[in-house]
Design a protein around this ligand. Structure first.
Ligand code: PNS
Length: 165
């Protein structure tokens, strides 16, 4: 057995982090020595929150997991993994339809750099929760507090406080 810490990445856009993400990150942190939450910087897509805001929220809500760190990355996930000695990516699967796209990415990442992907079924109470849905519901004043950490709900209220036309 190697003395190297066993590292895994939890990649995503996290715009913003939801309780579903947090569930997967927390469960991954129980399985690996170190978990790196890898936030994609996607210059071609404007998010509701900046990358730094997403990282701040992620850092706050994962603070209770001492082996979880949050980093941003550009470009290919496999390059980030290689640069950080991360052999495994953990992806949450909410519903069967997630699998088709995730399988393609997993196979591509395996072929590109032998980076493995492990799928973690989300807890059923999170199976309908997505960042996009959360933003839409919050935008129109719906209650998202059951689905996101309190810190995220507060940021959403602040960001979406202006009435929408
Ligand atoms: O939260 P998301 O938007 O579903 O996360 C998707 C993410 C960031 C995991 C995926 O788009 C990704 O890994 N992007 C980095 C670019 C890359 O490596 N593309 C090739 C994937 S096979």
């Amino acid at each position: 057995m190697s003395d190297q810490p066993r590292r895994a990445a939890c990649p995503g856009s996290f715009d913003p982090v939801t309780n579903g993400h947090l569930d997967v990150i927390g469960r991954a942190s129980a399985l690996y020595d170190e978990v790196v939450v890898a936030v994609l910087v996607n210059e071609s897509k404007v998010g509701l929150f900046t990358i730094d805001e997403r990282i701040e929220m992620l850092a706050e809500v994962t603070a209770s997991y001492p082996n979880v760190t949050v980093r941003k990355f550009r470009g290919l996930l496999v390059d980030f993994c290689r640069a950080n000695d991360i052999p495994v990516v953990i992806k949450g699967l909410r519903v069967a339809s997630d699998f088709d796209y995730e399988l393609q990415m997993a196979q591509m990442n395996l072929g590109l750099a032998r980076v493995e992907t492990l799928f973690m079924p989300t807890n059923p109470q999170f199976s309908f929760v997505s960042s996009s849905l959360i933003k839409d519901v919050a935008k129109w004043g719906g209650d998202v507090t059951p689905h996101v950490p309190d810190a995220v709900a507060a940021r959403l209220r602040e960001r979406l406080a202006k009435p929408q036309d």
